[in-house]
Design a protein around this ligand. Sequence first.
Ligand code: ZN
Length: 402
Amino acid sequence: MFFVPFAICGLKRLSSLKLEGQCIQGLHSSIGEIVGLTSLSLKGCHQLRKLPDSIGKLRSLLILNLFDTGITELPDSIGDLKKLEKMNLGFTKIMELRNSIGGLESLLELHLWGTEITELPASIGFLKRLECLVLAEMPTTINQLSHLRELRLGDNRKLEKLPELPATLKHLYFVAETVLGTRGQTSSKWMGESPKGEEWSLSTDITWPPQLWSLRISCDDPRSLTRLPFSLCRLELGDVKSPIEQPFFSNLRYLRYMSELTLFRCWSREIEFELLASLQNLTVAECELLVRLSGLSSLGKLKELKVWNCSQLVEIQDLGEVKSLMELLIKSCSTIKMLQDLSKLRKLQILRLFHCESLQGLPDIPKTCHPYVHRCPMLGESVDNYKACEECRNSDMDVDGA
Ligand SMILES: [Zn+2]
């Protein structure tokens, strides 16, 4: 059995201690004597099952990282860490949090992703400074966190109804299905086709936090995304299994601050955009069935368009009519053959064409635009872009590391 020796623990002036990925089975209780310690990381110490009670003596501690350790429970003394601001318990074996956690009065961030924790203790309401909570399931007591600004949740597909959310919330990320309405039949039968004779009962009583600024949501049917708060600037919508069409776009039309829209892993064959007057950034990604994008000319303020990993895409209609466009990225769309009328885009400054094997030739572009071409076999390679491709950069690092 290997314990961290007393010698390390005698270093009273130590401010940061990282023992990541070690075969530690325990910490000596004298760790509590490193009174100057502000950061302790035991990340990846799989054999570490518990912390000594003396951990509560680390009154200067600001960051405690127990991510991916074998920790099964926290000592009650954890609540004595009055200065602690960040605690990561992600992928630990902790099943529940005890009331003592309510003593962490300075806590700003709490990560519980990958744990079995589904409910929060009543004392969570004492964490008045908590701004960011990351966990797998939605706890029903979430509205007690009166300062919460960011909430990241995992799969909540069993959730019947969205609980009342803290009004302070600005960033919300979650997977929904039943929360947003229930469906008569499963949608998996029709990939990208229109639903026929299905009964949809959409939930209309969702109360979104009034200051919500960004929402990332996975949900089967976007038609149920109604009454989104006026404050919304960024919407990321994914895993949609019904066609993206009316009334989805008209549901967004009144969001006058919404400048960023991302659609990812949507099952539509065609997406036809309709008037979204404030939209500046549009990303369409990983839509494997998508054949055609159209209606882009109705996005009058669009500055940046990114389309990537849409392996069946053959056409982006009316691209030349998106007069406001300044940046265009087409990446890993292996079936697209041509991009028409780019010469009409007088404001276009940057064109990135990466990994598009079927592109027939470099499109005509305005003189002021700089093209970055990479791994498009029929276009030739521009030399300075290699590092700009994340994919190749990462695979290169893998080779270096091997
Ligand atoms: Zn590349």
